[in-house]
Design a binder for this molecule. Structure first.
Ligand code: SF4
Ligand code: SF4
Ligand code: SF4
Ligand code: FES
Length: 507
């Protein structure tokens, strides 16, 4: 048994232990990415870098043995900078899309490919639940939204973009009394007044109520809904769907006081009576009150440039709800940080062909129904055209987490030479996307430990090194026993399970 000092804390270790292992045993957190406990340390990512204090040298803690009386620092500005550079380099070399182009093109950032996959599977109920978790007005929005997401749909480069607007409308129309929107927090003893019941006000109220706040909407008109009612009649559609959506919001606990214009002369009193007030409509210019003195008054609508798109206003309402939540929890009205989102360039024909392999070749399906647009059968066929452009590990990727936590990724390095996208699909269950590989070597060690006949290995040298099966052997042979385990240990989406239709999984 020996002893070293980590951040001036005495930490004991046994012979053969690394600094990282000793730190973990003592409950001291050092970030790591490529290391896999119980296996050889490749020390390829340098995310676990720490400083040896006497020499001021940076060393990888996962591959450096603990030594008696060693003095180690795990954080300071130099170490932060070294980790930023390590992750920034990995992010710059990375070739893949965390989120699909359509999700980025949707002002509300809906997880469109996941909703579409559920429709393609025939699981309309789950698609409806997913869209209801993202907006209080799923059907209304599906009818009136001009679908800016379709302009950036990757499928447009092959033939025509997916009919995302109609698929959204189909899922929104399927929401019914049994549809459960996930995740409602326990009630908080805090009151919020939302002024205005257009898309921003409804959306903010919906998310605040789900966070457990007691929400009241004050609306000047006799009925809630604001400009959404005009938008529906401009589409020649009855307001019934909006009425149902507003009733659902009321059933979830939101109170609506319609026909009561807000008098800004009473702002001070209202600000005292409520934990927060959200102004969710545009105040006429000549009537603009001075609200700066009230720290708990927020705006969900840009007063100079209000959005004309309901989906954008709804997103502003959601954003305002999150800012209010942070303010009430911490006293600081901070916006939630954006997540790292690796972007691919526009793909050429060969690159696009990897995405087309799994999708239906049918051209855009034409709808026949008036209200919901697609019939179930048409929606399934249209959904089967989707290229599933998002990464299958977007929610669990360790590189994404590292970029969010350790790196100022908006200022990451940029590669001068463009890498080309490829995908290896020869294994029945597993898919390999080399551009997403961070060359950690975990999968190689798994195949070695299981004595795979072929296995995987490093190929090339220096910056050109990649991971592949030797001698161009197929992935099905390289991962004959270890495919699932390799997917589990792969920290990124480089190795992932193939997305199979549910019906096929059940066989
Ligand atoms: S592997 Fe991670 S960083 Fe790369 S595209 Fe997938 S989620 Fe994004
Ligand atoms: S093909 Fe599918 S996942 Fe890709 S951008 Fe279009 S709708 Fe989104
Ligand atoms: S495929 Fe995954 S596990 Fe294998 S080296 Fe690349 S990132 Fe690591
Ligand atoms: S975790 Fe230590 S070098 Fe990657």
């Amino acid at each position: 048994m020996g002893r070293l000092f980590i951040d001036d804390i005495p930490v004991s270790f046994t012979e053969g232990m690394t600094i990282l292992e000793a730190a973990v045993n003592a409950g001291i957190k050092i970030p790591s990415l490529c290391d896999m406990p119980g296996f050889r340390h490749n020390a390829s990512c340098m995310v676990c870098v720490v400083k040896d204090m006497p020499s001021a040298r940076f060393i990888p803690s996962c591959a450096s043995l603990a030594v008696e009386n060693m003095r180690i620092a795990t954080f300071d500005t130099d170490i932060d900078q070294a980790r930023h550079e390590a992750v920034s380099m990995l992010a710059a070399e990375h070739l893949g899309d965390c989120e699909a182009p359509c999700t980025r093109g949707c002002p509300a950032g809906f997880d469109i490919p996941q909703i579409i996959r559920l429709i393609a599977d025939g699981d309309t109920g789950a698609a409806a639940a997913m869209i209801l978790a993202a907006t209080p007005i799923p059907e209304t929005l599906g009818i009136i939204c001009p679908a800016p997401c379709e302009r950036v749909c990757r499928r447009k480069h092959a033939d025509a973009p997916l009919s995302i607007g109609l698929l959204h409308r189909f899922a929104g129309h399927a929401v019914n009394a049994d549809t459960q929107a996930a995740g409602i927090a326990a009630a908080k003893n805090k009151k919020i007044l939302v002024i205005g019941s257009g898309p921003a006000g409804l959306s903010a109220s919906f998310f605040l109520a789900r966070l457990g706040y007691s929400v009241t909407i004050q609306e000047k008109d006799a009925k809630a809904g604001g400009g959404l009612r005009n938008a529906l009649s401009a589409h020649g559609v009855s307001e019934r769907c909006l009425d149902q959506e507003i009733s659902r919001l009321v059933q979830s606990g939101v109170q609506i006081r319609a026909g009561e214009p807000f008098d800004f002369a009473h702002t001070a009193m209202s600000a005292q009576e409520h934990d927060a007030i959200l102004v969710a409509f545009r105040i006429a210019d000549d009537n603009f009150p001075d609200l700066d003195t009230h720290k708990n008054v927020f705006f969900a609508v840009h007063q100079d440039k209000p959005s004309k798109m309901a989906v954008r206003s709804g997103d502003a309402g959601k954003h305002a709800a999150m800012v209010i939540h942070t303010f009430l929890e911490t006293g600081n009205p901070a916006s939630p940080p954006a997540r790292f989102d690796s972007h691919m360039h526009e793909l050429d024909k060969k690159e696009l062909s990897f995405f087309m392999e799994q999708a239906s070749r049918e051209n855009r399906v034409q709808p026949t129904l008036a209200q919901s647009g697609f019939s179930s059968e048409e929606a399934c066929r249209e959904a089967a055209r989707c290229l599933s452009c998002d990464c299958s590990k977007k929610s669990s990727c360790a590189l994404r987490d590292a970029a969010d936590n350790l790196c100022d990724w908006k200022h990451r390095y940029r590669l001068e030479t463009k890498k080309r996208y490829s995908r290896i699909d020869s294994h029945e269950e597993v898919c390999y996307e080399p551009g997403k590989c961070i060359v950690c070597g975990r999968c190689i060690q798994i195949t070695e430990a299981a004595r795979e006949l072929t296995g995987l290995c490093f190929i090339g040298r220096g910056f050109q090194v990649t991971v592949a099966a030797p001698m161009d052997r197929p992935l099905s042979e390289a991962l004959s026993k270890t495919a699932i385990r390799c997917v589990e240990v792969c920290p990124t989406g480089a190795l992932s399970l193939k997305r199979k239709p549910k019906k096929e999984e059940r066989k």
